[in-house]
Design a protein around this ligand. Structure first.
Ligand code: CTP
Length: 420
């Protein structure tokens, strides 16, 4: 898309200053930017700064009568290719979810027929509050892309998720949203969203594993790893958005189920293996889970106590089944089988070896030395027999969407559709 047009709505919050950097990045990339400041936003950044940087008029109030004559708010909301809300405050998200239109920003959001991307920023308690969880789930169900906020120390001194994602991450999410934006209808007029049966993965059944596994030692202790499940859940969400029937087999993670996804929760690798086997046949399986390689050889039915001697109890390990390799050998092997590999060194060599060892079609490799598990972005390399496809660093949601495009193309080649 040449010179994409971004309508940037800036909510009120201490993070609003970061929108200045976002405008700079967008302009540098050649995007046309039009800013809308909420009343609260105006207390943190000035219209003058934004007008100078965006080289465009800044809109601040619905009842700017002159604007209504020059350009109605309906037109303003539709001449953009993408509407971005950054920072999206708890209040703005709540109004968006409820369809409230009581000022310029919320009226534009209700009137738009374009994709909307929201980058939340708020206090950690507000982000974790049941009302915000509900609003975010509603918005995602409505097709709004709501980014995960960053985690860290907040302006208010508390710690946790709620910080506005860095401008570079919002910029990357914008690029991904533009890349996957609906195309103009061949009949002319407004671009249209694809109906379900025109979505790229419509009619495809996809199985996804995500998260860590927990391997019990005794009733209170377990062996685990640092997987957050975010990438796997983002992939499940993107697959459902692309029209697939999605079965998500999830290890223990406190993440909400993406809209339209069937989720089965498991604890251990062996439970995960059993649910995966029960979920076959599928057209594609994407094994994102960080399955524990070992479990305790013997699980104690009672809590293991110190005996006072200073002797540590022996912990014998047993190897878990390799779920991915098992599916590769199964008579119900999916047409497309994809593994993930988190590596700390020699990423591509290890990924190539893993591809052969596991018998899968692609390995999505990421360097966890540069990119610790649990973060919001990933830089991945898709390793297959055909070669290596390396992508730029992207938010996990964008990696998921891009992967779905590649999977849809590959499935169309491997299992041509009846009507093709
Ligand atoms: N995997 C699996 N079952 C296991 C271990 C791994 O299905 N018991 C899958 C993962 O979901 C992932 C891929 O295999 O898709 C690679 O996982 P990884 O842990 O990197 O592979 P390992 O075989 O455990 O190799 P390493 O020696 O690097 O840990």
């Amino acid at each position: 898309m040449a010179n994409p047009r971004i309508l940037l709505i800036i909510g009120g919050g201490i993070a609003a200053y970061k929108s200045i950097e976002l405008v700079r990045l967008l302009r540098k990339a050649g995007h046309v930017v039009r800013c809308v400041l909420t009343r609260a936003g105006e207390r943190f950044v000035t219209p003058l700064t934004l007008a100078a940087l965006s080289e465009n008029k800044v809109h601040t109030d619905l009842f700017d009568l002159k604007d209504e004559v020059e350009m109605g708010h309906i037109q303003l909301s539709r001449e953009a290719d993408l509407v971005v809300v950054a920072p999206a405050t708890a209040d703005l998200l709540a109004k968006m979810a409820a369809g409230i239109a009581d000022d310029m920003a919320t009226t534009l959001l209700l009137a738009t027929d374009k994709p909307v991307l929201a980058a939340p920023a708020m206090n950690v308690r507000m982000w974790l509050h049941a009302a915000t969880r509900r609003n975010v789930a509603t918005l995602r169900g409505d097709g709004v892309t709501v980014m995960e906020p960053d985690e860290g120390e907040m302006a208010c001194g508390e710690y946790g998720p709620g910080r506005l994602p860095e401008p570079a991450a919002i910029f990357a999410a914008i690029e991904a949203a533009i890349a996957s934006a609906p195309v103009a209808s061949p009949l002319g007029g407004q671009p249209d969203f694809a109906p379900a049966n025109h979505r790229p993965l419509y009619g495809r059944r996809i199985l996804i594993t995500a998260g860590p596994t927990h391997e019990p030692i005794d009733p209170v202790r377990y062996i685990a790893n640092r997987s957050s499940g975010k990438q796997g859940f983002a992939i499940a969400a993107a697959a459902a958005e692309a029209g697939a029937e999605v079965l998500l087999i999830a290890g223990p993670v406190p993440l909400p189920t993406p809209p339209g996804v069937i989720r089965v929760d498991v604890e251990t690798a062996r439970e995960m293996a059993a649910e995966v086997a029960a979920g076959l046949p599928v057209d594609a399986a994407i094994m994102v889970a960080a399955v524990a390689d070992w479990r305790a050889a013997d699980t104690s039915a009672q809590k293991i106590k110190k005996d006072g001697s200073g002797q540590v109890p022996p912990l014998a390990l047993a190897e878990n089944p390799d779920i991915l390799a098992g599916v590769a050998k199964s008579p119900q092997r999916p047409a497309l089988l994809i593994g993930f590999a988190a590596e700390t060194n020699d990423v591509l060599d290890h990924a190539r070896a893993k591809l052969a060892r596991k018998g899968c079609d692609w390995i999505v490799a990421n360097d966890v030395a540069a990119d610790p598990m649990g973060g919001e972005t990933n830089r991945v390399h898709i390793v297959s027999k055909a070669g290596v496809d390396s992508w730029e660093r992207l938010p996990k949601e964008a990696v998921a969407r891009k992967l779905m495009e590649k999977i849809a193309d590959e499935l169309d080649a491997r299992i041509p559709r009846q009507s093709d």
